[in-house]
Ligand binder design. Structure first.
Ligand code: NCD
Length: 317
C-alpha cells in the first residue's frame, strides 16, 4: 500500500495488521528510550492546512520515535498565504525529496488529489467531513486493548454524524472488525441518506444506554447551533449529552470515548469525562504507536523487528 487515505481502502486483515504492528510500537513506547531507528534517513512532512492539537503532535512524535526527520509545514507562515495553489505547494515540497506527507485539509478529497501529484506516501490526517483513518485506527486499538476486540460489540456513536469525518471512518473500521454500530443524533445532524452505511439509527439515546459496550460521543460545534441544526446547547445536552445521570445507566464495564476536543457540559459532562470508564486520554496515547505503525507500514523497510534497539546502544535521544 502506498498511501493511507481512507478506511475504505483497508479490509479486516489490513486493519488487524496495523493494530498488531501498533502493539509492537506500544511496547517500544514503554522503554526508557522510546525510540527505534526504523525510519532513520526518511523525511516526513506534516502539512496541516487546518488546526489540530492531538493529531499533529502525535504524528510528530510518532515520526521522531521512528528516527525520521520531521518537517512541520505551517500554513500560517507559508506561501499558501501568498496565493500558491495546493498543487504547487505539494510539488514544491515533493521536489525536496520527502518520503511521506501527512496532510490535514478542510476540503474532502484533498489528500487523494495530493497523492496524484507526489511520489511520497500520503497519509490522510483528516479531510473535511470525509475521513480520518488514523483516528479510527487508534479508537480500534483502544477498544481492543480494553475489551479484547470488537467482534460482537455494540458501539453507539452519538452527535453530529453528518459533519464528522471521525464518524465516517469509525463506522467503517468498527464494522469491518465485527462490531454493531448504532448512530444517535438529531435528524438535522444525521446524513440525509444512510444508504450503504452498515448501521442502525436510534432516535432515543436513553433506550440504548444499558446495552452498549462503547459510548462514543462527538463534538458539537457551536456553529452547528447557530446554523439552526439544534435550538440551543441546553436542549442539546438534555437530549443527546452524556450527563452523569445517563452515565449511571451505562454498564460498569462500558467504555466512554471521545475523539477530542471535548466540549464539557455540552456533549459530555465534566464528571463523566473524569469517570474511570472514560478512556479519552488512552485514545490520545494510542495515537502515537498507531501512527508509528502507519508511517512504518508505508515507508519502512519491511518487517519491524522490535529487538532492533540500536539507538539505545548508541544513546541516540
Ligand atoms: C477531530 C477532527 O479534527 O476530526 N479531532 C481529532 O482529530 N481528534 C474531531 C473534531 O474536531 O471534532
Amino acid at each position: 500500500m502506498k498511501n493511507l487515505l481512507s478506511i475504505s481502502d483497508l479490509d479486516r486483515a489490513d486493519l488487524e495488521g496495523i493494530l498488531d504492528l501498533a502493539a509492537s510500537f506500544a511496547e517500544v513506547q514503554s522503554r526508557d528510550i522510546p525510540k527505534v531507528p526504523a525510519l532513520r534517513g526518511k523525511t516526513v512532512v506534516l502539512a496541516f492546512f487546518e488546526d489540530s492539537t492531538r493529531t499533529r503532535t502525535s504524528f510528530d512524535l510518532a515520526a521522531r520515535r521512528l528516527s525520521a526527520d520531521v518537517v512541520n509545514f505551517s500554513v500560517a507562515s507559508s506561501a499558501t498565504r501568498k496565493g500558491e495553489s495546493l498543487r504547487d505547494t505539494v510539488e514544491t515540497i515533493s521536489a525536496m525529496g520527502v518520503d511521506a506527507i501527512v496532510v490535514r485539509h478542510g476540503s474532502s478529497g484533498a489528500p487523494h488529489r495530493i497523492a496524484r501529484w507526489t511520489d511520497a506516501a500520503v497519509v490522510n490526517a483528516g479531510d473535511g467531513w470525509h475521513q480520518h483513518p488514523t483516528q479510527a485506527l487508534l479508537d480500534c486499538f483502544t477498544i481492543c486493548n480494553k475489551l479484547g476486540g470488537l467482534d460482537g460489540r455494540k458501539v453507539a456513536i452519538c452527535g453530529d454524524i453528518q459533519h464528522s469525518r471521525v464518524a465516517r471512518s469509525n463506522v467503517e473500521a468498527f464494522t469491518k472488525l465485527g462490531a454493531e454500530v448504532v448512530l444517535i443524533g438529531p435528524r438535522t445532524m444525521l446524513p440525509p441518506s444512510l444508504d450503504g452505511w452498515p448501521v442502525k439509527v436510534e432516535p432515543d439515546l436513553d433506550a440504548v444506554l444499558p446495552d452498549i459496550d462503547v459510548a462514543y460521543f462527538l463534538r458539537i460545534q457551536q456553529e452547528r447551533l447557530s446554523e439552526g441544526l439544534f435550538p440551543s446547547i441546553r436542549e442539546y445536552r438534555v437530549r443527546y449529552g452524556l450527563t452523569t445521570e445517563r452515565a449511571a445507566r451505562l454498564r460498569p464495564d462500558a467504555l466512554v470515548m471521545h475523539p477530542g476536543p471535548m466540549n464539557r457540559g455540552v456533549e459530555i459532562d465534566p464528571e463523566v469525562a473524569a469517570d474511570p470508564r472514560a478512556v479519552v486520554l488512552e485514545q490520545v496515547a494510542a495515537g502515537v504507536p498507531v501512527r508509528m505503525a502507519v508511517l512504518y507500514g508505508l515507508v519502512g523497510p519491511g518487517r519491524f523487528d522490535p529487538q532492533d534497539t540500536e539507538p539505545q546502544r548508541q544513546g541516540v535521544a
